[in-house]
Design a protein around this ligand. Structure first.
Ligand SMILES: O=c1ccn([C@@H]2O[C@H](COP(=O)(O)O)[C@@H](O)[C@H]2O)c(=O)[nH]1
Length: 286
């Protein structure tokens, strides 16, 4: 890939994702510059602090972690300087060979969704990532502009299905026609989008509980946040995702790795340990 232009040619997200996790193992490392972490790392709680935090994370993770997920909110907090730091994180991670999921959880009516898609998935944008988290709760169809752009650019969206937080339950487990839960209807809609084999529509399904979803036909990555700080353990993963194709499960961890900073080697080792725990837990089931 041309790291400067962000162009990935005709390669599908499915191929890019498989290559990354085959080479580096299943882990999505989060870059979440919480104020508490900035202070613990001896950094200022401002744009300069998040830039330094991001630089350290890029050095620690870009060349060895398969997928990296900067949490957009922690950069947005500091306005244009924070977003400039995020641009640097995205391009630095991509230059090191990692795939980047911008965790922005964007969602709006279709015409505005198209603008979000251009911001996060169009190669000409300075914020262009490999994938963007999106909210389907304005209706799955409202995501179409982002899905279409992602498909044509070899990128992806990750739609929230069953989130890791307890507050999601009343909405996500509500049942519609035929008794299907809202979350399962999102899984099914995503699976239909992936019938071309390009894995354009991944899902977010928390690792923190048994979700009751049928994920076996998805055909795209399942971003599974919740390891460590939210209580899930690597050893929980095979049971939580027993119904999924476990080659597609991408466990995510932010704070439990980041607390080992700011030492670059300690951060890198923490990410490697987490990845090794995940791979050992899945064993040859994947
Ligand atoms: O359901 C969801 C969706 C997204 N997240 C995000 O993942 C990380 C988790 O951070 P930890 O420090 O590992 O708890 C964070 O950026 C969340 O916004 C999630 O946790 N759950």
């Amino acid at each position: 890939m041309d790291a400067r232009s962000g162009a990935v040619g005709d390669t599908s997200f499915a191929d890019r994702y498989r290559a990354a996790v085959t080479d580096r193992g299943r882990l999505c490392a989060g870059i979440d510059p919480h104020p508490e972490l900035l202070e613990a790392w001896g950094l200022s709680v401002d744009a300069a602090g998040v830039r330094a935090f991001g630089d350290i994370c890029v050095e620690a993770f870009a060349a060895s972690v398969a997928v990296i997920k900067p949490q957009v909110a922690f950069f947005e907090t500091f306005g244009s300087a924070g977003l400039a730091a995020l641009e640097s994180v995205i391009s630095g991670c991509q230059a090191g060979g990692a795939l980047v999921i911008a965790d922005g959880k964007r969602g709006d009516i279709g015409s505005t969704m198209a603008a979000y898609a251009r911001a996060w998935l169009e190669p000409a944008s300075p914020l262009c990532a490999d994938a963007l988290t999106v909210s389907p709760y304005l209706g799955f169809g409202s995501l179409s502009p982002a899905i279409e752009l992602a498909r044509s650019e070899g990128r992806a969206v990750f739609a929230l299905a069953r989130t890791s937080n307890p507050e999601g339950e009343s909405l996500q487990l509500a049942r519609g026609d035929g008794g299907v839960t809202v979350a399962q209807s999102i899984v099914d809609a995503a699976a239909a989008e992936n019938s071309d084999g390009r894995a354009t529509v991944g899902l977010v399904v928390g690792a923190t509980r048994h979700h009751g979803l049928q994920l076996g036909e998805l055909g795209a990555p399942i971003l599974a946040p919740g390891l460590g700080a939210q209580g899930a353990a690597a050893s929980d993963l095979p049971a939580v995702f027993a119904d999924a194709d476990q080659r597609w499960v991408l466990p995510a961890s932010s704070r439990s790795v980041l607390r080992h900073g700011p030492d670059v080697t300690a951060l890198r080792d923490a990410a490697r340990r987490t990845r090794d725990e995940i791979e050992a837990a899945f064993g040859d089931q994947a």
